[in-house]
Design a protein around this ligand. Structure first.
Ligand SMILES: Nc1ncnc2c1ncn2[C@@H]1O[C@H](COP(=O)(O)OP(=O)(O)OP(=O)(O)O)[C@@H](O)[C@H]1O
Ligand SMILES: [Mg+2]
Length: 726
C-alpha cells in the first residue's frame, strides 16, 4: 500500500521543518538529523513559519497550541525562548523570531517552502525512513523503508492540492498605464513598490495571503492556508483598508487610487510558497472582472460574497453588470462602508428571528438571576458554548422578555479585529450611547459625551478620563490630571465602574458583554473589576464566550456558568419546521437535516435554508457554514491531514484502518490523534490500536472530506477498500 505523505516542508537557516511537525538540522556531513525540542515549541514554530513575515498575535499562538485550555502568556514566552536557543545558534543578526511589542511575534528568516520529491535510490536513515534527495535538500519520506522503492510515487500527487472555499480579492492601481508613460522607470518602480507594500501590510492585518502578482494587479486569498469563520468579511475590510492605505501614500509623483473586486467560491489550491500558489476556479476570474468594472477607490463584490456578509456593511446594489467573457450579466454590489450595526449577531442574523425553540430551563435560570439582581443582589452569568449554539440568541431573548420592565440596558461587543485595541468594547459603547455621528467634530462629540455621562452624575475628573479614552481633547472645564500611564489607566477603569454604579442607582441594569474570547486584555481587566463590583448592585451581567476560552472565575458566589448544549431531536425538528414555514419539507429531508446538524441551531438554520433555496436534499455543506467549519480544522493545521483521511473513511474511523491507509508513522499518528481529540473535533472510544474515533459533527467530517480533491478521495477510497479486504 502506498504511503500518504504530507506534501510540504520548510527549509530555513540550515533547518527543515515538515508539516508533521518534525525539525531537522543539516549536519556537517550534509545529512539532516532530528533536533531535540518539545512539541509545543514545534507547534509554535509551525504557526510562525506558516505566516512568515506576518505578526502573529499571542492569542493566535496560544489558541493554536493550547486549543482547549487557557494558559498564561508566560508559557508562550518560555517556548519562544526554547525555540530561539535552537534556531538562533550561530546567527549573527539577531533572532529569527522577532518580538513585536504589544502585538505578538514575527518569523523573519527567509523560508523556502517546497513539496517533497522522491528519489528511489535514496539512502535509508537511522530512523528507518527513506531519505529523499531533491534539488532543495534532503527530505525524509514517511514511507517505511522496507517497502520496494518502485512502488513509491511522488507525495505531491496526494495532498499537494485541496478544494477550498476561498474569498479572492484582486486589486490594482488606477491609471498605471498613464503613470508608466509619464514616469521614469526608476520612479515608477518606487511607486509600484510602495503600492505593493501598502497592499501587503493591510491584508496581513486580516490574515489574507498575497498571491502571485503581475505588475500592479495583486491577488489576495482569504481562507487559505488558514480558514477563518469570517473570511468574506476580512476580504471586504481589507479591500476598504487597501483603498485607504494606498490613498494615504505620500508620493511626490502622483496621488494613487485603487480598484478592488472580490468574489467567493470553491477553488482548487495547489500548494507552494504564497507567490507560487495556484488557485483555479471561478472566483479569481470573477474578482478580476469585478475589479475591472469598479470605479476608482471602490470595492465591488459578487453575489457569493454578498450572501456571507449580511448587514455587516452598507452596499449599493448595481444589479446585473456585463462582464467580459460572460454571456449573462453578473450581479454585483458596491461596498460603501461598514454598517453602523454594532452587534455581529444582529448584522448577520437580521432582526426577524424565528421564535426561540427549547432553552426553557436556561431562560428560566436567566430570569431567576435577573429577579435576584433587581433586589441589589447583583449576578453574573457566563454563557458558554460553541459557535452557533445560541449564546447571543438567548441573551437577546432575555432582553426581549424584559422589554416591559423598567431597566437600563448596556451592550458591549468585542471584535476579532480589535483585540489589540485597549477597551474597544467600552469605547464603542460610549460612542453609540452618546450618539456620535461619523462627521461630528470633536467639540460636538465632547458635548454629547458630557450629556450622556451627566445622567450618572460623574465627578469632573471622571469626565476628563473618559473623554481622553475616546480620544477627545481635554476641555477647560475638565482638565486631565498629569499622571503616569499606569495610574491613568487605573483612574479610567475606576471612572467607568463609577458610571455603572451611577446608572444602577437609577434603575436595574442588564449588561451584556458579547464574545469575551475576542476581548483585549484591558477590557478583561475591567470586566473582572465589574464582576467583583456588581455583587452589591442591581445589575445582571451576561458574558458570552466560546469554550476554548475559559477565564478562571470560580469561587465567586455571584457568578454562574451556563453551558449551552446541543438541541435535542424534538427541538431540532421544531426549528427546521419553523424555518421552513409554509414550505413544509418532506419528512425524510427533515430527518436528514436533524441527523447531520447535530443540534447546533446555526447548522440547522443554514442547512434548512440551503435545502429550501436549492430545492434538493442537503448535499455537501452550505456555503454559509463552509468557512466556520474549515476554520475549526485549520486551527489545528498540523493534524488536519489526519482529520482529512479520517473524514474520507467516515464519521467513525478505527485507528487500525487510519493507520493502514495513511501510513503516517505510528508515533506521529498517535500524537496527532491526541491533539484532534483534545480539540474536541473528534471523540475517542478505547485506546489505540483498538481505538475508534468519531467526528463530533457530521458537517466537520464533510468539510474535512470535502477539502480533498476528487482524485485524492478516489485514491483513498481504493486504499480503504483494499485495507478492509486484507
Ligand atoms: N433556541 C433557538 N431557537 C431558535 N433559533 C436559535 C436558537 N438558538 C440559536 N438560534 C439561532 O441560531 C443562530 C446562531 O445563534 P447565535 O448567533 O446566538 O450563536 P452563538 O452561540 O452566539 O454563536 P457565536 O459564537 O458565533 O457568537 C442564530 O440565527 C440564532 O437566532
Ligand atoms: Mg454570538
Amino acid at each position: 500500500m502506498q504511503g500518504l505523505v504530507p506534501s510540504e516542508l520548510f527549509l530555513f537557516e540550515g533547518l527543515r521543518l515538515d508539516r508533521r511537525g518534525c525539525l531537522f538540522r543539516h549536519d556537517d556531513n550534509g545529512a539532516f538529523v532530528p533536533v531535540a525540542i518539545g512539541s509545543r515549541a514545534l507547534d509554535i514554530l509551525g504557526v510562525l513559519i506558516e505566516r512568515t513575515g506576518e505578526i502573529v498575535s499571542k492569542d493566535d499562538l496560544l489558541t493554536a497550541v493550547w486549543p482547549e485550555t487557557v494558559v498564561d502568556d508566560s508559557n508562550l514566552t518560555v517556548q519562544i525562548a526554547a525555540l530561539r536557543r535552537v534556531l538562533d545558534q550561530g546567527r549573527l543578526n539577531g533572532s529569527c523570531i522577532q518580538t513585536v511589542s504589544g502585538r505578538g511575534y514575527r518569523f523573519i528568516a527567509p523560508v523556502t517552502r517546497c513539496a517533497m520529491g522522491i528519489d528511489p535510490g535514496a539512502p535509508v536513515s537511522a530512523h528507518g525512513h527513506l531519505w529523499v534527495f531533491s534539488r532543495d535538500g534532503v527530505e525524509p519520506s514517511v514511507r517505511p523503508a522496507n517497502e520496494r522503492s518502485s512502488e513509491l510515487q511522488p507525495s505531491s500527487s496526494i495532498l499537494s492540492a485541496e478544494r477550498r472555499q476561498l474569498t479572492v480579492m484582486i486589486c490594482d492601481l488606477v491609471g498605471s498605464t498613464m503613470l508608466s508613460s509619464r514616469l521614469d522607470p526608476e520612479d515608477l518602480r518606487e511607486v509600484i513598490a510602495r503600492y505593493h507594500c501598502a497592499v501587503s501590510e493591510t491584508v496581513a492585518g486580516f490574515d489574507g495571503s498575497v498571491g502571485n502578482y503581475m505588475g500592479d494587479t495583486v491577488p489576495v486569498y482569504f481562507g487559505y492556508p488558514r480558514a477563518h469563520e469570517d473570511d468574506a468579511e476580512r476580504a471586504v475590510r481589507a479591500g476598504l483598508g487597501v483603498i485607504d492605505a494606498v490613498g494615504r501614500l505620500d508620493l511626490k509623483y502622483a496621488k494613487l487610487q485603487t480598484r478592488v473586486g472580490i468574489a467567493t467560491g470553491v477553488v482548487v489550491v495547489s500548494e507552494g510558497s504564497a507567490q507560487k500558489r495556484s488557485v483555479v476556479g471561478e472566483a479569481p476570474y470573477l474578482a478580476a472582472q469585478l475589479k475591472d468594472l469598479a470605479e476608482p477607490d471602490t470595492v465591488l463584490i459578487a453575489t457569493g460574497t454578498r450572501r456571507l456578509l449580511g448587514g455587516l456593511f452598507e452596499y449599493r446594489d448595481l444589479g446585473g453588470v456585463e462582464v467580459k467573457g460572460n454571456a449573462a450579466p453578473v450581479t454585483a454590489w458596491q461596498v460603501l462602508r461598514p454598517s453602523a450595526v454594532a452587534s455581529r449577531f444582529e448584522a448577520l442574523r437580521g432582526s426577524a428571528l424565528t421564535p426561540l425553540v427549547g432553552r426553557d430551563e436556561e431562560l428560566g435560570l436567566l430570569l431567576r438571576r435577573w429577579a435576584r439582581a433587581q433586589t441589589g443582589d447583583g449576578q453574573v452569568v457566563l454563557i458558554s458554548g460553541e459557535p452557533g449554539i445560541g449564546k447571543s440568541r438567548i441573551a437577546a431573548e432575555l432582553g426581549g422578555r424584559l422589554h416591559a420592565e423598567p431597566h437600563i440596558r448596556l451592550r458591549y461587543f468585542c471584535s476579532p479585529y480589535r483585540q489589540d485595541s485597549a477597551l474597544f468594547p467600552f469605547i464603542d459603547q460610549l460612542g453609540r450611547a452618546s450618539g456620535f455621528a461619523p462627521d461630528d467634530p470633536p467639540a460636538a462629540r465632547l458635548e454629547k459625551l458630557e450629556a450622556l455621562l451627566t445622567r450618572a452624575a460623574p465627578p469632573n475628573e471622571d469626565m476628563a478620563f473618559i473623554a481622553d479614552l475616546l480620544s477627545l481633547p481635554a476641555s477647560g472645564r475638565h482638565p486631565l490630571p498629569n499622571l503616569s500611564p499606569q495610574r491613568k489607566k487605573e483612574r479610567t477603569l475606576e471612572a467607568l465602574i463609577r458610571q455603572l454604579e451611577g446608572l444602577a442607582l437609577q434603575q436595574p441594569v442588564l449588561m451584556v458583554f458579547e464574545d469575551e474570547h475576542w476581548a483585549d486584555p484591558t477590557s478583561r481587566e475591567l470586566l473582572d473589576l465589574t464582576i467583583e463590583r456588581v455583587r452589591s448592585l442591581p445589575v445582571l451581567l451576561l458574558v458570552t464566550l466560546r469554550p476554548r476560552f475559559q477565564p478562571v472565575r470560580t469561587g465567586q458566589p455571584q457568578v454562574t456558568t451556563l453551558v449551552l448544549n446541543r438541541l435535542d431531536r424534538r427541538d431540532r425538528s421544531a426549528l427546521v419546521a419553523q424555518i421552513a414555514g409554509v414550505n413544509s419539507l418532506p419528512e425524510e429531508v427533515v430527518h436528514q437535516i436533524v441527523d447531520r446538524t447535530d443540534g447546533v441551531p446555526l447548522f440547522i438554520e443554514e442547512s434548512t435554508k440551503s435545502v429550501l433555496e436549492s430545492g434538493v436534499p442537503l448535499i455537501g455543506i452550505p456555503t454559509t457554514l463552509h468557512d466556520s467549519l474549515m476554520a475549526r480544522l485549520d486551527r489545528l493545521a498540523s493534524v488536519r491531514l489526519v482529520a482529512q483521511v479520517g473524514g474520507a473513511i467516515g464519521r467513525q474511523f478505527p485507528y487500525t484502518l487510519l493507520r493502514a491507509v495513511s501510513d503516517i508513522p505510528e508515533d506521529e499518528l498517535r500524537a496527532a490523534l491526541v491533539r484532534l481529540v483534545a480539540s474536541e473535533l473528534v471523540f475517542q472510544r478505547g485506546t489505540p490500536p483498538g481505538a475508534v474515533y468519531s467526528f463530533k459533527h457530521a458537517l466537520v467530517q464533510d468539510a474535512a472530506r470535502g477539502s480533498l480533491l476528487r482524485s485524492t478521495r478516489q485514491q483513498l477510497h481504493a486504499r480503504i477498500a483494499e485495507a478492509l479486504e486484507a
